[in-house]
Each structure stands twice: as structure tokens, then as C-alpha cells.
Design a protein around this ligand. Sequence first.
Ligand code: ADP
Ligand code: ADP
Length: 233
Amino acid sequence: MALIRISELTKHFVNGADCVSALHGLDLAIEEGTFLGVMGPSGSGKSTLLGLLGGLTRPSAGKVEIDGIDLYRLSNEKRADFRREYLGFVFQSHNLVPYLTALENVMLPLAVSRLKDAEKKRFAAEVLERVGLKDRLLHLPQQLSGGEQERVAIARALVNKPPLILADEPTGSLDSATSRQVMELFSELHREGQTIVMVTHNRDNLDWFDRTIFLRDGQIVEEINQRPETPAR
Ligand code: ADP
Ligand code: ADP
């Protein structure tokens, strides 16, 4: 079964008398375990699509179903719960809280859980170890390299074990060697079965994906299936 099903998804933004159509009539089904790349020029609708998948902005028309749940039929409160349970967000590294340690940053998504503090720490430390930062638990973001900061951001997205990871330009501010390490980490997660949707400008990332969609003016204009041998489920 498709984990994500998008149908006739449309989003307009109204600015005074102007109406910008950011996405129109998008249809897409994404199987569980897919590593999907979303590419396209600036302004083509990539961030809007990610925001709609992430429950951050309401569609003008159409729907987004994740695991059979119609995201925008949920109340705002239920949708917030859904996001915590189902989604991990990875943005460019500047998204870390500067005065919190790596460990504390990764513990943030657990703040509302009923776990004891010691358990939160243990889970956060485990996932930081998983991304290769066992020796950096008590470092502040400014004491970490760009690649390490990005890995902290990935650890934070993973700590709740969400079925779906949404990543917006996670390698956007990294040099090519560091980008490669970050993509290797995503690829490992993917091999373990993680479903990932990644927006990127970087064509070098293309080879890592199972499937890539190209947006232009709010529509899918091209699609590449890098793993055509993968049986459809
Ligand atoms: P991308 O991520 O591919 O650069 P976006 O999804 O950010 O594209 O934007 C798609 C289109 O929607 C652009 O024309 C952009 O200017 C417009 N847009 C995006 N967000 C808003 C907003 N909050 N208000 C008005 N227009 C917006
Ligand atoms: P990117 O291309 O890096 O995704 P954008 O410039 O498309 O970044 O968008 C950055 C932010 O600005 C987003 O939150 C988007 O919703 C908002 N935005 C984009 N275009 C507009 C616009 N025309 N009016 C208002 N907000 C916008």
C-alpha cells in the first residue's frame, strides 16, 4: 500500500489582488520505504509540497493521505499529534537551538512524551550514536562542523521513530564531501526501510533516490525511476 497518497493537490497564495498558484492538481502515490527526491527550479512549488505533506499549510483543494489518514480532515490539534507521531523534519542546519547541546536538541521532540528524563536522554544519546556523534553529545551547535550539525538535525528528526522523514535541502549549505556523508546516512536509513522525501537543488543527490519528481510551475513535468527493478507493492 502507498504510504502517501496525494490527489488533485492544489495550493494558491493570495497576496492582495495577486493570486499565486504554487501547486496545481498534483497526483502522486509514494510507496512505503521509498527514497523520493523532489527537484525543480526556485519557485516551482517544492517547499509548498513539503509543507502540505508536513501538515503545515492547508491545501486550497485536493487531499493528502498518509497511512490512510486524510491529513486536512483532522482537527488542528489532532494534526499536531499526527505530525509528532508520524513525521520527522530535517531542515538546513541553522534550525538547531544554539544554546542547547546536541543531546538537548535531539531531546526536543520528546518534550511532550511521558518518558522519564533519563529515558529521553538515553533515546537521544542512542540516536546520536546512530548518526556517528557519540563523542559530541554535550557540544553546542557552534562547536560542531556543518556536517555534524546536519547529523544532529537528522538525529532529532529520527528520535521519535517516525514512519516518514521530510527533508528540505539538507545538504544545501554543505561542501560536496560533507554532503556525500549526509546523503550516505540518509541512504543507510533508507536501506533500513525508512521512507524519505527530500527536496534538493543538487543534481549530485539524484543517484541516491529511488525515484525523483521534477516540478515546474506547480506541476510534475518529469519523473525518473532510478530503481525500476523494485516491484510495485
Ligand atoms: P520552491 O520551494 O520550489 O522554491 P515554493 O513552494 O517556495 O517553491 O513556491 C512556489 C510558488 O509559490 C512561488 O511562486 C512562491 O513565490 C509562491 N509562494 C510560496 N509561499 C508563499 C506564501 N506564503 N505566500 C505567497 N506566495 C508564496
Ligand atoms: P526555497 O526556495 O529555499 O524553498 P522560498 O524563497 O521559496 O525558499 O521560500 C522561503 C519562505 O518564504 C517559505 O516559507 C515560503 O512559504 C515563503 N514565501 C515564498 N514566496 C513568498 C511570497 N511570494 N510571499 C510570501 N512568502 C513567500
